[in-house]
Design a protein around this ligand. Structure first.
Ligand code: GLY
Length: 353
């Protein structure tokens, strides 16, 4: 538990395609949930078994749909179950959905809400660090299909996202570290000062100092807001949010050993090497990136042989026929998108280091 400090709260409004705003509230905000909910006949919370155990006092005020745990449940089968429950509950166009949980819950709840009866209103309570700084913000909702992550989905931003900092104190270590990978990513993409927080503070500082964590989450959400407002539907700049993710998805396809943020951490190390090799960062900057990832306790390498990783990369859903776009660091706090042919990638990775 954190020491008592004054109530902290920050609200960032992310502009949506139709000109309205998705409101992201960060800080001591979980008790304000009712203020965000419209007056409707049917309020339905979608959550998972674990989150329900912790937060049943919040959730039991509403109707609920509880899904199973883990990435394997981010599937059409779970969606089928959710649609069935919505139907049985008598949910209609006037009903409202709250996704209450981590990234898997918010992704699937957002997709169910966006598609059931052509779309219901929805908002999120994001209970993991990864969901707060990435998954729940910006409107990517969807499910996995035939081994491909997020293959079926929509862009549709929630009305609100509550990112309560205190709920993060109960996260298991591994999940917390995984979320930190996405925060570090945000710093590398667009906020040098956020990256520097990781140079000057230890893992334990982020884990135990609520003010520091509040600042890190707020800055990471601000990075996402900036990019999503420029390119909500990922035709250009939003690809930058995928820094480290091309290799991460390949790693996750080849192995179940890593959680998402761990794979992103390994992906960022590979990209740091490539960026150094391409003359975009200095060796001091590459070393600093490695050190920051080490301090966050993120794994150094996947142990997956490069040919296997390349094969998975070739099957990436974002690939084009013979090439893939990589997001490279350009110094700290800036990045560039470069397209590589598959036969070039082997070379740039071998030459890195
Ligand atoms: N998670 C990357 C994005 O939202 O675009």
């Amino acid at each position: 538990m954190y020491d008592y400090i004054d109530i902290m709260k920050e609200i960032l409004k992310v502009k949506r395609g139709d000109g309205s705003y998705s409101e992201v509230a960060i800080g001591d905000v979980i008790d304000t949930l009712d203020n965000y909910l419209p007056k409707v006949k049917k309020m339905i919370v979608i959550t998972d078994e674990n989150v329900y155990k912790y937060y049943n006092t919040f959730i039991d005020k509403y109707e609920k749909i509880v899904i199973g745990l883990g990435e394997k449940n981010k599937s059409l089968k779970t969606l089928d179950y959710i649609y069935g429950e919505l139907l049985r509950m008598g949910a209609d166009r006037g009903s409202y959905i709250v996704g209450f949980g981590g990234g898997i819950v918010t992704d699937i709840a957002g997709f169910a809400a966006s598609t059931y009866m052509r779309g219901l209103g929805f908002g999120f309570v994001a209970t993991t660090l990864l969901a707060q700084v990435d998954a729940s913000v910006g409107g990517k909702n969807g499910v996995n299909f035939e081994g491909f992550k997020n293959m079926i989905g929509v862009f549709n931003q929630p009305d609100f996202v509550l990112c309560d900092i205190s709920v993060l104190s109960s996260l298991p270590e591994r999940e917390f570290r995984s979320g930190l990978a996405e925060v570090i990513k945000s710093g590398l993409i667009l906020d040098k000062g956020l990256f520097e927080l990781f140079e000057h503070n230890s893992y334990d500082d982020f884990r135990n100092n609520k003010e520091l964590l509040f600042e890190a989450v707020t800055r990471a959400v601000a990075v996402k807001k900036t990019i999503v407002e420029i390119d909500e539907r990922e035709t250009g700049d939003r690809k930058k949010l995928n820094l480290g993710h091309t290799f991460a998805h390949a790693i996750e396809k080849c192995s179940r050993e890593f959680v998402h943020g761990e794979a992103v951490g390994i992906g960022m190390r590979i990209i740091a090497d490539v960026s150094l090799n391409e003359g975009l960062i200095t060796s001091a900057q590459r070393d600093s990136i490695s050190k920051v990832l080490d301090n966050a306790g993120l794994p150094v390498e996947s142990g997956i042989p490069m040919p296997q990783l390349m094969e998975a990369l070739k099957n990436d859903k974002k690939k084009e026929s013979d090439s893939v776009s990589l997001i490279l660091m350009k110094g700290i706090g800036e990045c560039v998108i470069r397209k590589y042919k598959f036969d070039e990638i082997n070379g740039i990775i071998k030459n890195a280091d």
